[in-house]
Ligand binder design. Structure first.
Ligand SMILES: Cc1cc2nc3c(=O)[nH]c(=O)nc-3n(C[C@H](O)[C@H](O)[C@H](O)COP(=O)(O)O)c2cc1C
Length: 341
């Protein structure tokens, strides 16, 4: 995406075009099972982000926590796009306690000078991808890791790395236990099936076979993926990488566990993912199964995140394996033109 560099101050049409362009970027945020659980109301220089509760995962996400993390990621993308397009963005998060699905009200402000950092992040919006498999054994610069930690802190979250071998093995084991428990549970299995369409599907949401490998090389420790293929052998064909690695194991956690913390976690997630993608072509593989089972989430909170509430568990590294693709709904399905009297 090329940012608009022209500075035609002030006409309403400019703002309308920039608002649409920013929404077009925001939909490329990650969302659990690619549910894309959001709508964007646009009215002049205001954008209202709402959660689309019909897209919440009833079995995996009864409280809407992951739905709000996903929307938080979209909100950060919207902010970064506006800045890259040369517009100040003033978001008010959860502006009305009586309307819990109204997640943010973003006022698009005056033109600002071109912000090159925002433009680099904005450019990464379209090539950032969820990875599902092994990473290359390459390490990550400590200075970048530190920068990613700070990015998360700016949004009120912590990025906690599981450094110790036993901690990583325990988290991998808990992920495996969660994956088995979910496969055993008919409601969970049906929900995964609903969001993982069969090959040939023309749907523009969900996790398609072009988004996951048909086979993932074992790593040590090994974090199992979701059962998108459900025994059908679906998935993208991949070769065995030379030296498959787990990558860095990380948890995004927050001091509280309220809708505000969930939206903040999503903003932190996308903020650090875009920085990681822009600076070193790093990608994340998410493994949030254990965080969807309250007892396991509580165990992770008390044992591994120092009492902070774990929101997202991920591995980070340079992807090994096939290039995967992802899909989004047309932007017209998520933009609502609002006319206030
Ligand atoms: C809160 C959250 C939880 C997620 N959990 C998983 C997961 O457990 N396994 C997985 O493969 N992907 C997971 N994802 C990634 C989504 O499936 C992915 O963002 C979506 O399919 C869109 O693809 P993209 O990120 O490549 O654009 C998660 C994403 C979010 C935001």
């Amino acid at each position: 995406m090329e940012a608009t560099r022209s500075r035609r101050y002030g006409t309403g049409d400019d703002v309308a075009a920039e608002v649409r362009q920013a929404v077009r970027a925001a939909v490329w945020a990650p969302s659990v099972h690619n549910t894309q659980p959001w709508t964007f109301g646009v009215h002049g220089s205001r954008i209202t982000l709402r959660a689309d509760a019909d897209r919440r995962l009833e079995a995996a996400d009864p409280d809407g926590r992951e739905m709000l993390i996903s929307c938080g990621a979209a909100l950060f993308t919207l902010r970064v796009a506006l800045r890259a397009l040369g517009r100040e963005a003033h978001p008010r998060v959860l502006p009305d306690p009586d309307r819990p699905h109204l997640l943010a009200d973003v006022h698009v402000g005056a033109p600002i000078p071109v912000d090159e950092h925002a433009q680099r992040l904005y450019a990464a919006v379209r090539y950032r991808r969820t990875h599902r498999g092994a990473f290359k054994p390459t390490g990550i610069r400590p200075s970048l890791l530190n920068a990613l930690r700070l990015e998360a802190e700016h949004e009120g979250a912590r990025l906690i790395q599981a450094v110790e071998g036993h901690t990583q093995q325990a988290l991998a084991g808990l992920t495996q236990a969660a994956e088995h428990l979910q496969r055993m549970d008919p409601a969970h299995a049906a929900e995964t099936a609903r969001w993982a369409p069969a090959p040939g599907s023309t749907r523009s949401d969900g996790v398609h076979q072009s988004a996951y490998p048909g086979w993932t090389p074992p790593t040590d420790p090994h974090f199992p993926g979701r059962d998108f293929a459900r025994g059908h052998g679906w998935g993208t064909v991949s070769d065995e990488p030379a030296d498959p690695s787990t990558g860095l194991v990380m948890i995004i956690a927050t001091p509280g566990d309220t809708p505000l913390d969930w939206i903040g976690s999503g903003q932190a997630l996308q903020r650090m993912l875009l920085r990681a993608a822009a600076e070193e072509a790093l990608a994340a593989a998410f493994h949030t199964q254990a965080l969807e089972i309250p007892e396991l989430r509580e165990l992770i909170r008390t044992r591994f995140t120092n009492g902070h509430y774990p929101q997202v568990l991920l591995r980070l590294g340079i992807p090994a394996g096939p290039d995967l693709t992802t899909i989004r709904r047309p932007v017209n399905e998520v933009i609502v033109e609002e006319h206030h009297s």
